[in-house]
Ligand binder design. Structure first.
Ligand SMILES: *Cc1c(COP(=O)(O)O)cnc(C)c1O
Length: 466
């Protein structure tokens, strides 16, 4: 395929022009867009061009679509700028960063109630996606070992998961040739809850993925019930199936806001848990964590020992080089906030989510899917029969005119005829901003309600962003 042809479909102009004020005498003020410029430019010139282009991105504080951290305090930014040159993989050169990484995951193992935190094993990753790949690979390898030991075939592994899983699990199954067995969501079973699990698992099931904080709605899956359903299956059919908990968001919420909910290593079936340090871990983008309950849950033959950086460092990762600074930022936050601090930050987000969902749920036009009482994320649909003049895609477009990014998207397989809109309340989305948002929301709903004819069909092609 022709590369330049492909990109030019999105960007018809082939050059980037610089405001002449910023160029120096004799310097070009036009840069090619899709080929490397012939020569050099001044640092200040290149800076200005990139700076101005980046300015065209949306305002991250008004982005109610993303889960990812967009604000840290100035000490964190200082630390970041002092450490952005550290490569996480150079554990021999940066032994202190390596030690700090270990301290962080041991703290998480403890937070997630590992029965013996000294036996737990974990690693930082680039995000939950990599963490989930590693969790899935460990499940697959354990299953292979068990099958081979019993002289059975390892040709057809499958993974059981909700149709509402995040796309990283579809990738895992695709990239590593594992059959994905999706349990569809429904009105009666809006999350994976163990219902009819029996029909999905067999001797080729490498594990069950359970989600703490479903991306589409923010709801928790009842891990304890799923675990009990698997106990029952084991009692009847002898299948011993492990759970990986995808706690991308919820694993950094539940320990603080719902400490009584049993979802973590307190359940013997939970083999591994991941979270995104850059979501409710409150760090800038580029950090995830995955932890196994013990070494038995992470087969030794997946771990590489590399010597060419000096030392003999065990590593289980998809990437080699990656930034180490985010790990230090996570440690900074663990020290800075402690348990009580995290609890206060997450509780504030939850208060804002409950306030907003309460107001939105009270509007005749909307019916809530969730209210933010699990993770501070909630979604709503247009009330059945409310209007045939507009839909949530139109509302999403109207809100965008006010600067707010609030995506509208269909629910996953099983409920895909229903479109919802979702808000992710993050650290920094204050009650004040929430009130401004509500004002704009009510104004735009009134505008759409006041139309004398239906809106033209529009916006429906917008992809689902998270
Ligand atoms: C965000 C998310 C992921 C992917 O996490 P990244 O850190 O963005 O790679 C996986 N699972 C769930 C449930 C998520 O919400």
């Amino acid at each position: 395929m022709n590369r330049s042809h492909r990109t030019s479909a999105h960007e018809p102009d082939t050059t980037v022009e610089l405001n002449p004020i910023f160029s120096r005498p004799g310097e070009s003020s036009i840069f090619p867009r899709f080929t490397l410029p012939d020569g050099e430019s001044l640092p200040s010139t290149a800076y200005q061009v990139v700076h101005d282009e980046a300015m065209l991105d949306g305002n991250s504080r008004l982005n109610l679509a993303t889960f990812v951290g967009t604000w840290m305090e100035s000490e964190a930014s200082k630390l970041y700028s002092e450490t952005f040159d550290k490569n996480m993989i150079d554990k021999d050169e940066y032994p202190q960063t390596a030690l700090i990484e270990t301290r962080c995951w041991r703290m998480l193992a403890d937070l997630w109630n590992a029965p013996d935190p000294a036996k737990a094993i974990g690693t930082s990753t680039i995000g939950s996606s990599e963490a989930c790949m590693l969790g899935g690979l460990a499940l697959k390898r354990r299953w292979q070992h068990a099958r081979r030991a019993a002289g059975q075939s390892t040709d057809k592994p499958n993974l059981v998961l909700s149709s509402a899983v995040q796309v990283c699990w579809e990738k895992f199954c695709n990239y590593w040739d594992v059959e994905a067995r999706y349990v569809p969501v429904s009105k009666e079973h809006p999350v994976l809850d163990g219902y009819e699990l029996d029909k999905y698992v067999d001797e080729n099931t490498i594990g069950v993925v359970a989600i703490m904080g479903v991306t589409y709605t923010g709801a928790y899956e009842p891990i304890e019930k799923i675990s009990e359903a698997l106990d029952e299956i084991q009692a009847q059919r002898g299948l011993d199936i492990a759970i990986h908990v995808d706690g991308a968001s919820g694993a950094m919420i539940a320990p603080f806001l719902q400490p009584e909910t049993v979802w973590d290593f307190r359940l013997a079936r939970v083999a591994s848990i991941n979270t995104s340090g850059h979501k409710y871990g409150l760090v800038y983008p580029g950090l995830g964590w995955v932890i196994w309950r013990d070494e038995e849950a992470l087969p030794e033959d997946l771990v590489f020992h590399v010597s060419y950086l000096g030392g003999n460092m065990p590593t289980f990762a998809l990437n080699f080089s990656r930034p180490g600074a985010q790990v230090l930022l996570q440690y900074y936050l663990f020290l800075r906030l402690g348990y009580e601090g995290y609890k206060a930050v997450q509780a504030t987000s939850q208060d804002v989510a409950l306030y907003l969902s309460n107001e939105i749920g009270a509007m005749e036009s909307f019916t809530l899917w969730s209210n933010g009482s699990d993770i501070p994320v909630f979604a709503w649909q247009l009330t059945d029969g409310y209007t045939d003049k507009w839909n949530l895609h139109h509302l999403s477009e109207r809100l965008r005119m006010n600067g707010w990014l609030v995506p509208a998207y269909p629910l996953p397989e099983g409920l895909s005829e229903i479109t919802v809109q979702r808000i992710v309340v993050r650290n920094g989305f204050t009650r004040d901003l929430a009130s401004s948002f509500l004002r704009d929301l009510k104004k735009e709903v009134a505008y759409l309600d006041g139309l004398t004819a239906p809106m033209p069909a529009g916006g429906q092609t917008q992809a689902f962003h998270h």
